[in-house]
Write a protein that binds this ligand. Structure first.
Ligand code: IMP
Ligand code: MG
Length: 189
């Protein structure tokens, strides 16, 4: 039996996310890239990456797209610090400008791991973008080049991000209300 869905309190709604994606795309295209390869870190970034790619297109870029599936081991909602490659990139990375796309920057271990991997493969430059950044949570030193929103210190779900494999489909980012007595509602405030 599956756990019944809980009410999710909206943090960043569809309109805010869409607006921010256009701004991020404008910032990224202003950098000036050559033969850009966008590498989305699965699974959590799939929705952000899909929307950002379309915004990049509207900003005049024609990136190629790749995926790397990384798993950062967690006990419950806390990172243990180990990162494993579940699916590697398949395109040639050597000599290219790469934009790494991830959902959320917390300890920084996932992004550092992915960036080191692509640099080791010979990327010319690896830029990073995350939808959300949790300030003050870093275990390793890394800053994303392009950040969507500063995120409160809470476990967030939606817009690709999950809690125990649920909530990825939500079109907004929110916080699961574990105290709610009304189980079946999404998007309540
Ligand atoms: P880091 O390696 O600690 O920076 O963690 C980054 C990864 O952990 C992200 O790519 C997410 O997949 C996951 N993560 C961190 N915080 C959250 C959260 O609040 N909700 C859902 N996933 C999270
Ligand atoms: Mg992730």
């Amino acid at each position: 039996m599956t756990t019944p869905p809980r009410r999710v309190r909206v943090l960043f709604d569809e309109t805010a996310i869409a607006r921010r994606n256009e701004e991020l795309a404008a910032e990224i295209s202003a950098v000036g890239t050559e033969n850009l390869l966008v590498v989305a870190v699965l699974k959590g970034s799939f929705m952000f990456a899909a929307d950002l790619l379309r915004a990049l297109h509207r900003s005049g870029l024609s990136p190629q797209v790749e995926f790397v599936h990384l798993s950062s081991y967690r006990t419950g909602t806390v990172s243990t610090g180990q990162v494993e490659i579940l699916r590697d990139v398949q395109s040639e990375v050597r000599g290219r400008d790469v934009l790494l796309v991830d959902d959320i920057l917390e300890s920084g271990r996932t992004l550092v791991f992915a960036k080191d991997l692509l640099m080791a493969r010979g990327a010319k430059r690896v830029m990073t973008t995350v939808l959300l950044e949790k300030p003050g949570k870093r275990a390793v030193t890394i800053d994303a080049d392009f950040v969507g929103f500063a995120c409160p210190d809470a476990f967030v779900v939606g817009y690709g991000m999950d809690a125990a494999h649920a909530y990825r489909q939500l079109p907004f980012v929110g916080v699961v209300d574990f105290d709610s007595s009304e189980p079946d509602l999404f998007g309540g405030t």
